[in-house]
Design a protein around this ligand. Structure first.
Ligand SMILES: *Cc1c(COP(=O)(O)O)cnc(C)c1O
Length: 392
């Protein structure tokens, strides 16, 4: 049974490993999120914004030419058609309504490549909330367009200048800020990571993805359950959303695809389940890439969204329990799969999503199988990477 327990554990993984100073903030969230999320008021606002602002339900598209190529019936869940171009906004919409209902006035967030920062800045503009996004100084250099997007949307982007000046340092900075402004500030985390209740809360906001897949597949195929669901995993929020309503339906196979980078054994990879060991990262016990003395190893992936040294605790549990199947796709293969989808279906996918597509080459399935691939985002943001790679 895949289900979070009261302390936030999925099997051996999860929990809330946080400094004492953060305890009141996390406790307030933990004690209120379920009640608020289940209130009619919340549901009405959430679903109305998902419909009219985000553009949900996103289509479940039968990809005929892709299906012919791989010899199965393949559907694409089109999260790339969400406002802002990816699934991340499902979560930020949910969290900003929650923040409002908790009486918060200010939002903070951390961002690596800037995509979660943009999704947060977007909903803050929508709700007229003050928004500060912490971003590693080096990431700000690498991801200038996203920095400018956030600024256009009215957010403050604050460089994190300590340590490696990347995501880890931005997260530390955001946590420090949260500790010093506990009463009026909500911290929006961008994936199914962080201390309990974040992983379960974010998964529930994203679970709209599998809720829609169920009825859309029923309409198209006369059954709610595909044989196989495939999704890429950075922290794991789009995968958790696509898997959520199938966790406890064992006849539906769940395939999670991590970034192999330059190769799982190259020293430049983000394949956490292949390389990771149990440890604590960002407030939860999970699998992470670390040295023997517990130093986090810098991950590598060509896709910014998968470039994360850990994995959400629910995925660590899916791996550990054998409920999920885990695959790693290298940079080069992901890029080729991105071009393949562009040519076969006229859809340029985000490079993250291209990892899920490429896994079709590794996963064994039958010709009669119905497969759903979660197309987490569109490729516009990755144009520079496609151009630099050039193999098309
Ligand atoms: C951020 C991102 C991801 C990775 O994040 P998850 O939490 O693992 O879903 C995947 N795809 C796209 C398009 C993203 O923007």
């Amino acid at each position: 049974m895949i289900k979070v327990d009261e302390k936030g554990f999925y099997g051996k993984f999860g929990g809330a490993y946080i400094p004492e100073m953060l305890y009141p903030n996390v406790e307030e969230l933990k004690n209120n999120y379920e009640r608020i999320m289940e209130s009619e008021d919340f549901k009405k606002e959430f679903h109305s914004l998902l419909k009219d602002y985000v553009g949900r339900p996103t289509p479940l598209y039968f990809a005929e030419r892709l299906s012919n190529k791989y010899g199965a019936k393949i559907y694409l869940k089109r999260e790339d058609l969400c406002h802002t171009g990816a699934h991340k906004v499902n979560n930020t919409i949910g969290q900003i309504i929650l923040a409002k209902k908790l009486g918060k006035k200010r939002i903070i967030a951390e961002t690596g490549a800037g995509q979660h920062g943009v999704a947060t800045a977007t909903v803050c503009a929508l709700m007229g909330m003050d928004c500060t996004v912490y971003m590693g100084e080096i990431d700000m250099e690498r991801q200038k367009p996203n920095v400018e997007r956030m600024r256009i949307l009215g957010a403050k982007v604050v460089p994190a200048t300590s340590g490696s000046k990347t995501l880890k340092d931005a997260t530390n900075e955001a946590l420090r800020q949260w500790i010093s402004n506990p009463v009026d500030t909500h911290y929006i985390i961008g994936s199914v990571v962080g201390p309990h209740p974040y992983p379960e809360m974010v998964a529930r906001f994203q679970s709209v993805i599998s809720e829609e897949i169920k009825y859309q597949l029923k309409e198209k195929e006369g059954r709610e359950n595909p044989d196989l669901v495939i999704a890429c995993v950075g922290g794991g929020s789009n995968a958790a959303g696509a898997f959520y309503h199938y966790y406890n339906t064992p006849e539906v196979r769940l395939a999670a695809v991590e970034a192999g980078g330059l190769g799982v054994n190259s020293g430049k990879s983000a394949a956490t389940t292949a390389l990771g060991t149990p440890g604590v990262l960002h407030g939860s016990k999970t699998l992470l890439m670390q040295t023997e003395d517990g130093q986090v190893i810098e991950p590598h992936s060509i896709s910014a969204g998968l470039d994360y040294p850990g994995i959400g605790p629910v995925h660590a549990h899916l791996f550990d329990s054998g409920r999920g199947e885990f695959y790693a796709v290298d940079d080069e293969d992901a890029m080729k799969a991105g071009i393949e989808l562009s040519r076969l279906e006229g859809i340029i996918p985000a490079i993250e999503s291209a990892h899920a597509l490429s896994a079709l080459k590794q996963i064994k399935f039958d010709a009669s199988d119905i497969i759903v691939i979660n197309l987490s985002g569109r490729g516009d943001k990755d144009l520079d990477t496609y151009i630099k790679w050039g193999g098309y």
